[in-house]
Design a protein around this ligand. Structure first.
Ligand code: ZN
Length: 440
């Protein structure tokens, strides 16, 4: 039996969906008034290829039509009607994909509305990431950001937010997110979970063990007593919230999985036993792998001593081996970057990094679309080009199935049927081009 707040929320969402997508969501997704006007009529996109991420099939000569905030039709261009007044966007070199999902970001470190926050949200969206899970912000600022985006006051991705993370006093989350989520007793932790639920958070983020980046001590680090962790998860689930656990080493990962968390964040040093436990329990892994390379590259650029760089490279190699093994064992993976550690807007680099972890480019794309959507419980609305889903789309120059780096060459981003980034308009052709000068 779902809790009363959850039931009410569900009814509200159902009512919103039935009220007529165009009016409600076009207003909600805002941006400029030009954007809102664009949402009032259909968009037909004709790229070079359309990729069905569910199967990896790549279709040439297909088109997609968005109406209101939803995808209305996708298929061979001849079968996708162009209604009168529709805007047709031709992208002859580009591949169209569902808008991508970054399931681990931190977009705000202040009040959720500052200039820095707006820039983070905009860069993420313009990189083709139309949905994110915020794995925490000071005092729930990500809830403020989420609502501002939903109201159209800030341009950004859809945000699924965890609010102020739970952290045992003196531990990692308590240091990074001091404030209301810091606890010393199970009672304090449960009270915070209930506060998060009341504030509208969808996830609880908790640090189960291990540093921000993995270190040697993290092999055995465990931050929260197993019974406290289990009580937190039970209370969160009772209130309809999922739980994401920051955990680096095998002990913290296993403890969190046994407590019933829904996702392990980082899991940099998880071993085979912990990975098998995750497979058994269906726990998701969000590897956030690229950030380690980013940090090494930054250290090198900043002139770090060779010995330190060698140590970092060896540590990175260890993480790669452990995560590769876990993925090979069949752990479910969703893409997350921990953006804030890496600059905003570089989220797509995680796809190529996941290929280093042994995934095919298609599997990595699925981690950023269908699989991330499944983890978030949003399979019915994001992560797919299927009609009925939000028209959240990204087109990139080239073929990301052959070359994941193509994901950084963004040509078009659409969120909820609204174009938020598009190719520059072709130069006007008033005067005929001058005849080419014959070369000597
Ligand atoms: Zn994080």
């Amino acid at each position: 039996m779902p809790s009363r707040p959850a039931r009410i929320l569900r009814l509200l969402v159902a009512a919103l969906l039935l009220t007529g997508d165009v009016a409600v969501f076009a207003a909600a997704e805002g941006g400029t008034s030009a954007n809102r006007a664009a949402a009032s009529s259909a968009i037909v996109i004709r790229p070079r290829w359309i990729v069905e991420v569910e199967t990896g099939e790549k279709h040439a000569g297909w088109a997609l039509r968005a109406e209101g905030n939803r995808t209305a039709a996708v298929g061979p261009a001849s079968a996708v009607a162009v209604p009168p007044g529709a805007r047709v966007i031709e992208l002859p070199g580009a591949t169209l994909l569902p808008g991508l999902i970054d399931a681990h970001v931190h977009l705000t470190w202040d009040d959720g509305k500052s200039e820095a926050t707006r820039e983070a949200a905009r860069k993420t969206l313009e990189a083709g990431f139309t949905t994110v899970r915020s794995c925490g912000a000071p005092e729930g600022a990500d809830l403020v950001l989420r609502d501002a985006i939903d109201r159209g006051e800030i341009a950004g991705p859809r945000v699924i937010a965890a609010g102020a993370p739970l952290g045992f006093a003196g531990g990692v989350c308590a240091q990074v997110f001091p404030g209301s989520g810091v606890f010393s007793t199970a009672e304090q932790a449960l009270a915070h979970v209930r506060k998060l639920a009341a504030a509208g958070a969808s996830w609880v983020k908790i640090c189960a063990g291990g540093g921000v980046v993995p270190g040697p001590d993290d092999e055995t680090a465990v931050e929260v007593a197993p019974e406290t962790l289990a009580a937190i998860v039970a209370e969160a689930h009772r209130l309809g919230l999922k739980v994401a656990a920051h955990a680096q080493g095998p002990a913290a990962v296993a403890a969190a999985v046994r407590a019933g968390v829904d996702s392990i964040e980082h899991g940099a040093l998880l071993d085979e036993a912990a990975a098998k436990l995750m497979v058994e329990r269906g726990t998701w892994l969000v590897p956030t792998y690229y950030r380690l390379r980013w940090r090494r590259e930054q250290a090198a650029a900043n002139g770090a001593p060779a010995a330190a760089l060698e140590r970092a490279a060896a540590a990175g190699e260890k993480v790669r081996n452990r995560q590769q093994r876990a993925i090979a064992l069949g752990v479910k993976v969703a893409l997350g970057t921990d953006a804030t550690v890496i600059p905003y807007g570089l989220d797509a680099r995680e796809v190529a990094a996941m290929v280093e972890l042994g995934m095919t480019p298609l599997q990595a794309l699925q981690a950023a679309t269908t699989h991330a959507a499944a983890m978030l419980g949003w399979s019915d609305r994001v992560g797919s080009l299927a009609p009925g889903h939000f028209a959240d789309l990204v087109a990139v120059e080239g073929d990301p199935l052959a070359d994941p780096a193509a994901l950084e060459r963004v040509a078009l981003v659409v969120k909820g049927g609204v174009v938020v980034r598009e190719p520059p308009a072709p130069a006007p052709t008033a005067a005929p081009a001058p005849a080419p000068t014959p070369s000597p």
